[in-house]
Design a protein around this ligand. Structure first.
Ligand code: ATP
Ligand code: MG
Length: 433
């Protein structure tokens, strides 16, 4: 085989109008069907399926035997002539003149790609390269790619600058989660829980409106269907605006992503009717949330964070995407701006009826107040010096948020387990593949 395969066509680039044309395709042997006198090879590529038809009488014996012998999921390159055939996928079949086996697959497969035999998530994740060959999983990851592109396009159109901040950091936890320690030459370092401190420092740099799409690392010990130890976060930070403007930015971004994904034909493979949410999303205060939770008979005290059952009660009552605003200061990080004269702060969470999607706030931009807040959380201002310094020489007022990519995907696609929307998820038990 000479590479690249000359004029290679995807299965969906060939139609019945190409009747009589000679074409080259390449892909995986998806299925083999033996009808005695006729043998079918269904070849799968990224874009779909092609039927390769071998008539025993007219095709050479060698080619016929070769096709019969090739194990399923082997990789083949086929040269053949197109023949219109209504009953075949895309309305054509290929009469082969050459079948080249580029890579022969082992006979016992770890997964059934045709979808006839289901598999546990763990089995699928162990053989993820193969699981992505199934239609449903493939479309999830194509949609993931489209979601990321839609986010970049949306922010790019609004003048945002994409940044990349370090994932290896010295201590300085923001609270809320444990960090993963790593060995950094002769010192201890950590994997970053979020780009929070760095994106804020870049507001002092004058870049003005910045965003980052990158991994965040959290040593969450619990095993839930919505927590990963390595997740992807879209982080946005904007100068000279308040929490109200970045909430609007967030809801418009979500609506824009939904409307892009709704146009993708592969969405039908997920048995999904995607409804684009209407903006503005509903806003309730933390106090109103507490009232609704208590009314439903669930225990909660003012000042506590919302438990998963409490989130579900709110989700059931509200039934659509919504914001919770005006959180108690004590359960939000030190960088959230306190509301004047109250024990709440200008922080918000974006909620899907099933789970939290994003958290954000107006940020403290006064050096003195920030230092005070850090200390009042029992943290050492010294270890935050690199961050605090950025507030001493001209820091604009600013606001921002962090949105979980996997949470957005799983809620939008009605998928139960967050691991389904990550190619190679990392959780308490899983470090391989
Ligand atoms: P939760 O309370 O649901 O654990 P959080 O409030 O600790 O989340 P934030 O620190 O607010 O999370 O992070 C911002 C967003 O990043 C979250 O709203 C969520 O979408 C996402 N995120 C945070 N931690 C994880 C995780 N362990 N796995 C997947 N996504 C996460
Ligand atoms: Mg949060």
């Amino acid at each position: 085989m000479k590479l690249p395969i000359e004029n290679r066509k995807y299965s969906n680039e060939i139609t019945e109008d190409d009747d009589g044309e000679r074409v080259n395709i390449a892909g995986w042997v998806h299925e083999k069907r033996d009808l005695g006198g006729v043998f079918f090879l269904i070849v799968r590529d990224r874009e779909g399926f092609a039927q390769v038809t071998l008539h025993k009488k007219t095709i050479g014996k060698e080619l016929f035997e070769q096709a019969k012998k090739v194990p399923r999921e082997s990789v083949v390159a086929i040269t053949g002539t197109v023949k219109g055939e209504q009953k075949a996928p895309n309305g054509y079949e290929l009469i082969p003149e050459r079948i080249e086996i580029l890579s022969e697959a082992s006979h016992v497969l770890p997964l059934d790609i045709t979808g006839k035999v289901g598999a546990e998530l763990d089995t699928r994740l162990d053989a993820r390269f193969m699981d992505v060959r199934t239609e449903r999983t493939k479309h999830i990851f194509i949609i993931r790619s489209q979601v990321l592109k839609a986010i970049r396009d949306f922010l790019d159109a609004r003048g945002f600058i994409e940044i990349n901040t370090p994932k290896i950091v010295s201590a300085a936890t923001e609270g809320g989660t444990a960090l993963f320690p790593i060995t950094y030459f002769e010192r201890e370092a950590f994997l970053n829980q979020s780009p929070q401190l760095y994106k804020q420092m870049l507001i002092a740099s004058g870049l003005d409106s910045v965003f980052e799409i990158a991994p965040i690392f959290r040593a969450e010990e619990h095993d839930t269907t919505k927590h990963l130890n390595e997740a992807s976060s879209v982080d946005v930070e904007v100068a000279f605006v308040s929490d109200k403007e970045v909430m609007k930015l967030l809801e418009e971004l979500i609506a824009s992503v939904y409307s892009k994904v709704a146009l993708y034909p592969g969405i039908s493979k997920l048995n999904l009717q995607l409804e684009v949410p209407k903006v503005p999303f509903r806003r309730i205060t933390y106090d109103e949330a507490i009232e609704l939770i208590l009314e439903a008979g669930e225990q909660i005290e003012w000042g506590e964070d919302l438990s998963t059952p409490a989130e579900h009660i709110l989700g059931k009552t509200i039934g659509e995407l919504y914001f919770i605003t005006d959180w108690p200061r004590a359960i939000k990080p030190f960088y959230a701006q306190p509301t004047e004269g109250k024990d709440t702060c200008d922080a918000f969470d974006l909620m899907h009826p099933r789970l939290e999607l994003a958290s954000g706030s107006q940020r403290v931009h006064s050096y003195e107040l920030l230092k005070e807040n850090i200390e009042s959380k029992g943290l050492s201002a010294e270890s935050f010096e690199f961050y605090l310094n950025a507030f001493r020489y001209g820091m604009p007022p600013h606001a921002g948020w962090g949105l979980g990519v996997e949470r957005l995907l799983m809620s939008m696609l009605e998928i139960d387990n967050v691991r389904e929307v990550v190619l190679f998820p990392r959780d308490r038990r899983r470090l391989v593949p």
